[in-house]
Design a protein around this ligand. Structure first.
Ligand code: SAH
Ligand code: SF4
Length: 366
C-alpha cells in the first residue's frame, strides 16, 4: 500500500494504523515526520530546555525486572544508599547551578523507615532551598499513603514508567508474582494523578517480543492517560539479566535508536504541550543521542549529579555514558550540546509541563 505521509500528518489525531505506518517510515517520509515534530515543538513548548539534576539515590531494589541491571537477583553490584550529606551536596550544586529542579531516582524500596527517611530528605530540600527547587521522585510503586506523604513533604512530580502498555508483554518481562503486576503499576499511576502530582510515565523501545503495534499502543496510552511528562528510550541489554538471552533477536542498536527518535517525534505530534525527556539511554547508543532527541521533540534533560563513586553501581543497562564525569563537567558539556541542537537552557525555571498547568487551576508559576 502506498502511504501518503503528508495527508496523515495533516490530521489532528493519528490512529493506531497510522502510527504504525509512521513508526515504520523511512527516507523522505521519515523526514516529514521529524519536520512536523519540530514545528509542533516550536508551537507547543518553544525552544527552552529544562534541566532536572538527577540523583541516583540508591541501587537497593526489592524487584527483579528481567531487563534491569540492578535487579535484586544480580549480585554483581555493591549496594549503596547515598548519605543525607551527599544528597544535600547534590542539592546545593543543583540550586547554585540554577537547575530549579531535581529528580531523585532509586530501586524500589519500602518499609516505614525508608518512607520516613525520604520524607525527611524532602523536607530538608524544601527548607534549604526555600521551596525553590522542585523535586521529582522516581522511586517505584508505593502505597497511596506514601505517595501522599511525599507529596505533602514537597515532591511535585513523579515518574513511573509503565514500561510497556501491553499487559501480556509486561508479564513476559517481569516475574509472575504479585510484586510485578501490570494492574498494580497502572493503579499506582492513577493514585499519583489523584494525589496531585504531575505524572510522568514512559516505555522502553526495542524490547524482545515488542512490535510496532505495541509501540503505537504505547503512544496512545500516553495520550489516553493524559500524562504530563514522558521519559522513554531504547532498551539496552545487560549481561546479568534474564533478557540477555534474547540479544540476538533484538533490532540492531542503531535501529532501536532510530525507532526511539520516531517515538519521540510522534509523541510530540500527538501531545504538543507535555514535557518529553531526552533520555540518557539515547546517548548510550549515539554520543549525540540527547541532542537528536531534542531536535525530534524532547524538551527536558537530566544531567547526572550522582557522586561518581556510585555510578558504576547504578548500571540499569550496559555502556551507560558519563559514568566518570563529575556534575560540573557534565554541565559544561551539556551547554555546548544544547546550543548545537539549536535550543536554549531555561536556567532558574521550574519548567512544569504546560499540559499540567492547563489541566489544573491552583498553579503558582515560576
Ligand atoms: N525503580 C524505579 C526507578 C529506577 S529504574 C522504577 O523501576 O520505576 C528507571 C527506569 O530504567 C525503568 O523504569 C526502566 O524503564 C529503565 N531501565 C531499566 N532497565 C533498562 C534497560 N536494560 N534498558 C533501558 N532502560 C532500562
Ligand atoms: Fe528495580 Fe526499577 Fe530496575 Fe525494576 S526497573 S529492577 S524496579 S530498579
Amino acid at each position: 500500500m502506498e502511504i501518503n505521509v503528508e495527508n496523515i500528518l495533516r490530521k489532528s489525531f493519528l490512529s493506531k494504523e497510522e502510527l504504525i505506518l509512521l513508526l515504520g517510515s523511512t527516507g523522505e517520509e521519515k523526514k516529514q515526520v521529524f519536520e512536523l515534530a519540530q514545528q509542533v515543538k516550536a508551537e507547543g513548548v518553544g525552544k527552552k530546555v529544562y534541566f532536572r539534576g538527577l540523583i541516583e539515590y540508591s541501587n537497593l531494589c526489592s524487584k527483579n525486572c528481567f531487563y534491569c541491571g540492578i535487579r535484586s537477583g544480580n549480585p554483581r553490584y555493591a549496594r549503596y544508599r547515598m548519605t543525607d550529606k551527599e544528597v544535600m551536596e547534590a542539592v546545593d550544586f543543583a540550586y547554585e547551578s540554577r537547575y530549579a529542579s531535581l529528580v531523585v531516582q532509586a530501586g524500589e524500596q519500602s518499609g516505614k523507615a525508608y518512607v520516613d527517611h525520604i520524607e525527611s530528605i524532602l523536607k530538608k530540600i524544601h527548607q534549604k532551598t526555600n521551596g525553590e527547587l522542585h523535586v521529582t521522585l522516581s522511586l517505584g510503586e508505593q502505597s497511596e499513603e506514601t505517595f501522599r506523604r511525599w507529596f505533602e513533604a514537597g515532591a511535585h512530580r513523579y515518574l513511573l514508567r509503565i514500561e510497556v502498555s501491553n499487559p501480556a508483554l509486561y508479564s513476559r518481562l517481569h516475574p509472575m508474582d504479585r510484586h510485578h503486576s501490570y494492574a498494580k503499576r497502572l493503579e499506582a499511576l492513577e493514585m499519583l494523578r489523584k494525589t496531585g502530582y504531575q505524572v510522568g510515565t514512559g516505555v522502553m523501545i526495542g524490547l524482545p517480543y515488542q512490535t510496532l503495534s505495541d509501540l503505537a499502543d504505547d503512544l496512545l496510552f500516553f495520550h489516553d492517560f493524559d500524562v504530563d511528562m514522558v521519559g522513554m528510550g531504547p532498551y539496552i541489554e545487560h549481561q546479568d539479566t534474564p533478557l540477555y538471552q534474547y540479544r540476538d533477536q533484538l533490532l540492531p542498536l542503531k535501529e532501536r535508536f532510530d525507532l526511539s527518535l520516531k517515538m519521540v517525534a510522534l509523541l510530540r505530534i500527538l501531545m504538543k504541550d507535555i514535557n518529553i525527556a531526552a533520555t540518557t539511554a539515547m546517548q548510550t547508543i549515539d554520543p549525540q543521542g540527547r541532542e537528536k532527541a531534542l531536535m525530534a521533540g524532547a524538551n527536558v534533560i537530566m544531567p547526572n549529579l550522582t557522586p561518581v563513586k556510585y555510578r558504576e553501581d547504578y548500571l540499569l543497562y550496559e555502556n551507560k555514558p558519563c559514568i566518570d564525569e563529575e556534575a560540573a563537567e557534565c554541565r559544561g558539556c551539556l551547554e555546548a550540546r544544547i546550543f548545537m541542537a539549536g535550543d536554549e537552557i531555561a536556567y532558574g525555571e521550574w519548567g512544569d509541563s504546560a499540559h499540567y498547568k492547563k489541566r489544573t487551576r491552583n498553579y503558582d508559576q515560576k
